[in-house]
Design a protein around this ligand. Structure first.
Ligand SMILES: NC(=O)c1ccc[n+]([C@@H]2O[C@H](COP(=O)([O-])OP(=O)(O)OC[C@H]3O[C@@H](n4cnc5c(N)ncnc54)[C@H](O)[C@@H]3O)[C@@H](O)[C@H]2O)c1
Ligand SMILES: [Zn+2]
Length: 360
């Protein structure tokens, strides 16, 4: 008989953290961070666009208080979110003898947060990190929930981990420096939060279209706060997406198909808007929501000048075929997340090809 030893590792982990939302947070960011993270060595990971605008302010705040700071940057853009760039960043940390007592600060959009967070997850088997998201998309979505990853040539976000930050600092004022075409990139995900979880939030967005478009700080603070709350509630109940977290994928089944067919030329948030329109149409056609509710969804997309129709050069059959390549397909039916009203959605709903064909 072979010998057996039981390695008992039942774990109870407290990965709780605070999300701070406000404006002009950077001048005393050092005190804010060190009150939540016990470290005096920091590595700021940022990209070539964001670091020149906000990096020094954060670095100075930290060094003035006697902290050691290393800065590592990479060329801005999704093309940099690779294993190669991650290795380069890690080599910089190793070359500078950064130890386990250091804390990484990711300063930038979702690319920086995802890749910098993944460096934190694996550097010396994991060191703490703090997120400072600087795009609306990263403020309402990617900086919360602990999904960190890099892309590969085969697919996006395929190599990564679940690794929670120690704190998130969201400064609303930074949105103003974004190029105009990216300023509201992420509003689609915020609208999604309203549809799947909170009718009151959906109406708040409906009523404040102009203020949101002009990045009114009070309105944006409320918007980002509510989106973070919704994502937090969902992630708290299902961190690793075995159940409820799937509702966050509303709009993403058709959205991902459009994104892939566009060769990633159309922004993810815009693809999600297109996906939300068609998936809401499915919900309406199979009797889950009323025409009035469907119209509200379509109208809010229109109000923000967001796309809601598939591009002219894309064929519905190709989109449907792509959704069937999804690994969740069973018995020739794709599983969708669909609203049952504005403010509630269910996941795992099987929709037949026939029902999908009706919407195009
Ligand atoms: N982890 C998650 O749960 C999750 C969720 C959604 C998306 N994502 C990921 O997020 C990424 C997209 O994030 P993104 O849209 O923030 O892209 P991004 O990080 O590339 O930022 C977009 C552009 O804006 C610039 N920028 C960022 N903040 C700025 C500011 N305040 N002023 C001026 N320029 C600024 C960046 O340099 C970049 O050129 C994707 O890789 C996606 O996979 C992750
Ligand atoms: Zn998304």
């Amino acid at each position: 008989m072979p010998e057996q030893i039981n390695v008992k590792l039942v774990k109870q982990i407290d990965d709780s953290y605070k999300i701070t939302i406000g404006k002009d947070l950077f001048s005393n960011i050092s005190d804010r961070i060190t009150s939540l993270v016990k470290s005096n060595t920091f590595v700021i990971i940022s990209d070539s666009n964001v670091y020149p605008i906000y990096g020094e302010k954060i670095k100075n705040s930290l060094t003035e208080k006697g902290n050691k700071v290393l800065t590592v940057t990479f060329k801005a853009g999704e093309e940099s979110k690779t294993r190669e760039t991650k290795s380069q960043l890690e080599d910089e940390l190793l070359k500078n003898k950064i130890g386990r007592d250091a804390c990484i600060i990711t300063l930038g959009g979702g690319v920086t947060g995802d890749m910098g967070g993944y460096v934190a997850a694996t550097y010396q088997r994991g060191i703490p990190f703090v997120q400072i998201p600087t795009t609306l998309l990263s403020q309402v979505d990617s900086s919360i929930g602990g999904k960190v990853a890099v892309d590969t040539l085969f697919a996006k976000n395929m190599i990564g981990a679940f690794y929670q930050p120690k704190a998130v600092f969201i400064d609303i004022s930074v949105l103003k420096s974004l190029p105009s075409h990216l300023r509201l990139n992420g509003i689609g995900e915020a609208i999604k939060h309203g549809i799947i979880f909170d009718e009151e939030y959906f109406s708040f967005i409906e009523k404040n279209v102009d203020k949101i478009k002009s990045l009114d700080e009070k309105t944006m603070t409320l918007l980002v706060k509510r989106s973070c709350e919704i994502k937090t509630v969902v992630v708290e109940k299902d961190e690793k997406e075995s159940g409820l977290r799937q509702i966050l994928n509303f709009g993403h089944t058709i959205g991902h198909a459009v994104e892939t067919l566009s060769d990633y030329k159309i922004l993810h948030d815009n693809c999600v808007c297109i996906g939300m329109n068609y998936e809401s149409l499915i919900a309406y056609k199979i009797g889950r929501i009323t025409k009035k509710e469907y119209d509200r969804i379509k109208n809010i997309l229109k109000a923000f000048d967001l796309p809601f129709n598939i591009p002219e050069n894309m064929k519905p059959v190709d989109i449907i075929a792509k959704t069937f390549l999804d690994k969740k397909v069973k018995n020739n039916k794709v599983k969708y997340v669909l609203p049952s009203k504005i403010g509630h959605a269910d996941f795992g709903i099987e929709v037949s090809e026939n029902d999908i064909l009706k919407i195009f």
